[in-house]
Design a protein around this ligand. Sequence first.
Ligand code: FPP
Length: 226
Amino acid sequence: MENIPGHVGIIMDGNGRWAESRGKSRSYGHKKGSDNVDRIVTHAFGAGVKTLSLFAFSSENWARPKEEVDELMRLLERYFKKFIGKVLKNGVKLSVMGDISVLSDSLKEVIERGMSDSAGMTSHVLNIGVNYGGRQEIVRAVNKLVSEGREITEKGISENLYTAEFGEPDLIIRTGGEYRLSNFMLYQAAYSELYFTDVLWPDFNEEQFDMALLSYAGRKRRFGKI
Ligand code: FPP
């Protein structure tokens, strides 16, 4: 396929509905959703995508029932532990965007280890949003500029986002049938192409990912020009 997006963002929505429609708990849906992550990561990197940004836990998700939040934290810890074991083999650099300071010590530790162990990797970037919010990210960047006494400019803000090193998504996919960004990469999404599908995240497979790539391949990006 030609015209593969270098950076793809994914809002992995629909785990809860997937599980509820099967009479299962929402946590079960998150487990299934979490099992689907590596499948799509492997496929996307294999297809030529260089950077993947995944929305795993938003700064607003704390308002969910404790049991659900605990399960998501457990799944994240399990995922990062597994990631660390594979760093040297797959050459993927891990980045985590969001305020991780409030996470449990054990989750913080695996995140920090995953990022430091993979810091020298160059083949791909896997960027995961944990306790992440796009507005908070912009405010944080502006505050950094202010504290350094620097002028607030677009370039200055971009340089202080979590994504400074690898930039903006060319394509953002949202599964689960909602047509909104829900505070995901708001600053970076200015010129991203958007792709929405009704497919719920646990059912989102390689074929569906390719449909998003195909849709992207046919788009004309003008960045405000003609
Ligand atoms: C949205 O589904 C999904 C989330 C809030 C969490 C996404 C998390 C995962 C896919 C698993 C953990 C991630 C990693 C990287 C291991 P929802 O609960 O809002 O579903 P609903 O809209 O059907 O209620």
